[in-house]
Design a protein around this ligand. Structure first.
Ligand SMILES: C[S@@+](CC[C@H](N)C(=O)[O-])C[C@H]1O[C@@H](n2cnc3c(N)ncnc32)[C@H](O)[C@@H]1O
Length: 203
C-alpha cells in the first residue's frame, strides 16, 4: 500500500516535477513517451499519471483515464488536460488497489512509476486484472543497468533515494511482468541498460 509519507513526498515534488523531468526526458528517457503512447489504443488507463506528461502524445480516438496518488501532481495533470483540450478522467487512487472492475481497459500504461510504487509486483497484478483478455500493457521505466560499474553507482544512490523519496534504481519490471503470465510482445533496453520499454499482452 502507498503511505501518507509517499503522498507527501510527491505532493511536495509537484511544483518542480515538470522542470526536472523535462531535463531527464531530453538526456535519458528520450522518446519513451512517444513510444508508449503510439502503442496505446481504445480505453486507456494510465497508472500513476503524475502531472500528465503523456497526455499530449496519446492518439485521437483513445479515451484516457488516469489514477495518481498525489493530489498536487494530479492538479497539474488536470490543468494540462484542460490546456490541451484533452478529455480525461483523472482520479486520485492507489496503484496497489485500482478502483476499477476487472477487464475495464484495452490498454494500461505506466511510465517512470514502478521505480517508486511500493510493491511493483502487486501493481502489475492489478494492471493485469483491469485489462481485457488480449489487452496491452505498456511500461517504460529506469531499471538496474546491464553495466556493472553503473549498477554499483545505482546501488549506492538508492541507499539515499529509497529512504528520502521511495525511489529505486535497481529494480527491473520485465521478470515481474513475465511472472504475471503476460506474453512479452516487444522490449527495448537503452542507455547502458538503465531504461527499458515493454509491450506485453494479457492472454
Ligand atoms: C516519477 S513520477 C512519474 C509520473 C508520470 N508517470 C510521468 O511519466 O511523468 C512517479 C509518480 O508515481 C506516483 N505514485 C507513487 N506511488 C503510487 C501509488 N501507489 N499509486 C499511484 N501513484 C503512485 C507518484 O505520486 C508520482 O506522481
Amino acid at each position: 500500500m502507498a503511505t501518507d509519507r509517499q503522498k507527501r513526498v510527491w505532493d511536495e515534488a509537484a511544483p518542480r516535477y515538470d522542470r526536472q523531468i523535462a531535463f531527464l526526458e531530453r538526456h535519458w528517457f528520450v522518446g519513451a513517451r512517444e513510444w508508449v503512447c503510439a502503442r496505446a489504443q481504445g480505453r486507456v488507463l494510465e497508472v500513476a499519471i503524475g502531472t500528465g506528461r503523456n497526455l499530449p502524445f496519446y492518439r485521437p480516438g483513445t479515451t484516457i483515464t488516469g489514477i495518481e496518488l498525489s493530489t498536487e501532481m494530479l492538479a497539474v495533470a488536470r490543468t494540462r488536460a484542460a490546456e490541451l483540450g484533452r478529455a480525461a478522467d483523472l482520479r486520485e487512487g492507489d496503484a496497489h488497489r485500482l478502483p476499477f472492475e476487472d477487464g475495464s481497459f484495452d490498454t494500461v500504461v505506466c511510465v517512470l512509476s514502478l521505480c517508486t510504487i511500493t510493491d511493483p509486483a502487486r501493481a502489475i497484478g492489478e494492471m493485469k486484472r483491469v485489462l481485457v483478455p488480449g489487452g496491452t500493457l505498456l511500461l517504460a521505466d529506469h531499471i538496474r543497468s546491464s553495466f556493472g560499474p553503473l549498477r554499483v553507482a545505482q546501488r549506492l544512490a538508492e541507499q539515499v533515494t529509497i529512504r528520502t523519496a521511495g525511489e529505486h534504481f535497481t529494480r527491473r519490471q520485465l521478470p515481474l511482468v513475465q511472472a504475471q503470465g503476460f506474453e512479452i510482445v516487444e522490449t527495448e533496453r537503452l542507455k547502458a541498460g538503465t531504461v527499458e520499454r515493454i509491450r506485453a499482452r494479457k492472454p
